[in-house]
Ligand binder design. Structure first.
Ligand code: GLU
Length: 431
């Protein structure tokens, strides 16, 4: 197992607000890794900041006849290694700072798995749970038209993220195509199959999480049989990871959702739970497990904990109490830098987000390639290529961690920053 390296943030020196600020979280890790790499000061400044940030305020006619004004963002962090790539999220909590952090994370994520993209992220401040399908469609189309000069198959390729899905991507593709007066499928990934989507894309992030779990167990010398897993979040990432992992022999003992959780020491039947959630729109009341508070599940005894929902679930408030020996980050930024330090001291083996959830963007890369070729692969080919890239990347990160005597997260950052910096040096600075 790799040795641990504390991140530079002293818990007592920062407030909880600072601790959970995603930009601070990204920067703390970036600075630490850049220092370790002895990165040139100019490149440090360049890579620490986003390249372009677009803020749009736009009107949408609502069902009741009102006109609502929405605010959206698209942040492009780097185009050094290829077009920008990254999802679009819809949430009342989206901020420019959060999108900025997520855009940088996408640059590092694409570099860790060595796919030819830079990073971007988008978001619209809205509450899709309180909007009709028609309102969401009109908002999506208008947001797309507002950012349409910014995006494009060779510029910046959006994808699904929190509260956006295949349908959202189909609307983005259609809107962009209507402006272009031709069908441009490769402008966005995560689309439905019949409009240029890729087989295997929907479950790709969950599949990648499973690969990260398999590889972690192999690395620490433990079997899959009897491995107890708790997953926080039962959306696209969490539910697909849970299903694939159960089918692969893991025992899913706990599922935590925002509104509450479930626990069954003998294992939850994930197929039945998916069916139950589909019918009831919630996991609560599922007869195949006992109810358990979501916060409790994070600190319940298990072998692997998978935070697969949102940022800042593992913080200085609960890190000390975590019992899992392995954490695989299905979400982006679920562990704060302060919590990292605590977990490092406890010698918890962490597969960081930029590696653990990179299955999604890797399958997005395959989708973009297929769209541009106009030739679509069989699902087995997608899955096999995906697994190969993720296993190789896992290996790269743990070997890098061993060689540089740092933890996996810092190793992943160092590897990624080094790759991007190398490309920039080779391209030179245009002036
Ligand atoms: N939103 C996903 C992520 O955070 C996927 C991004 C993509 O496929 O471009 O990795």
């Amino acid at each position: 197992m790799s040795t641990v390296t504390p991140v530079t943030v002293a818990p007592q020196a920062i407030t909880l607000d600072q601790e959970i600020n995603p930009w601070e979280a990204q920067s703390a890790r970036f600075d630490f890794a850049a220092r370790k790499l002895d990165l040139d000061e100019g490149l440090w400044k360049l890579l620490r900041s986003p390249s372009r940030e677009l803020i749009v305020h736009f009107p949408v006619p609502m069902d009741d006849g009102r006109i609502e004004l929405f605010t959206g963002f698209r942040v492009q962090h780097s185009i050094a290694r290829g077009p920008c790539k990254g999802g679009i999220r819809y949430s009342p909590e989206v901020t420019l700072e959060e999108v900025r952090a997520l855009a940088s994370w996408m640059t590092w994520k694409c570099a860790v798995v060595n796919i030819p993209f830079g990073g971007a992220k988008g978001g619209v401040i809205c509450d899709p749970k309180k909007m009709s399908q028609g309102e969401i469609e009109r908002m999506t189309r208008r947001y797309t038209s507002e950012i349409s000069d910014f995006i494009g198959p060779e510029k910046d390729v959006p994808a699904p993220d929190m509260n956006t899905n295949e349908q959202t991507m189909a609307w983005i593709m259609d809107t962009y195509s209507m402006h272009a007066r031709r069908t441009v499928t490769s402008v966005v990934t995560g689309k439905p199959l019949n409009v240029g989507g890729s087989r295997g894309r929907i479950e790709a992030t969950g599949r990648g999480v499973m690969v990260a779990c398999d590889e972690s167990l192999r690395y620490v010398g433990k079997p899959i049989e009897g491995c107890r897993v708790i997953i926080q979040g039962f959306g696209n990432v969490g539910s697909n990871a849970a299903r694939l992992m159960m089918e692969h022999g893991y025992t899913i003992v706990g599922i935590a959702e925002m509104e509450g959780g479930l626990y069954n020491s003998a294992g939850i039947d994930v197929h039945q739970l998916i069916e139950y959630k589909y019918r009831n729109n919630s996991v609560l009341g599922f007869p195949g497990a006992d109810p358990s508070p979501a916060d409790e599940l994070l600190i319940t005894d298990c072998d692997i904990l998978i935070p697969a929902a949102t940022e800042n679930v593992i913080t200085s408030r609960n890190a000390e109490k975590i019992k899992a020996r392995i954490i695989v980050e299905g979400a982006n930024g679920p562990t704060t830098a302060v919590a990292d330090e605590i977990l490092s001291e406890k010698r918890v083996f962490i597969v960081p987000d930029i590696l653990a959830n990179a299955g999604g963007v890797t399958a997005s890369y395959f989708e973009w390639v297929q769209d541009r070729q106009g030739y679509f692969w069989k699902e087995a080919v997608v899955n096999e290529q995906l697994e190969t890239i993720l296993r190789d990347s896992f290996d790269d990160v743990v070997r890098y961690a061993e060689a540089h005597n740092v933890n996996n997260r810092i190793a992943a950052y160092m590897l990624a920053i080094d790759r991007v910096a190398f490309t920039i040096r080779q391209r030179g600075i245009y002036a």
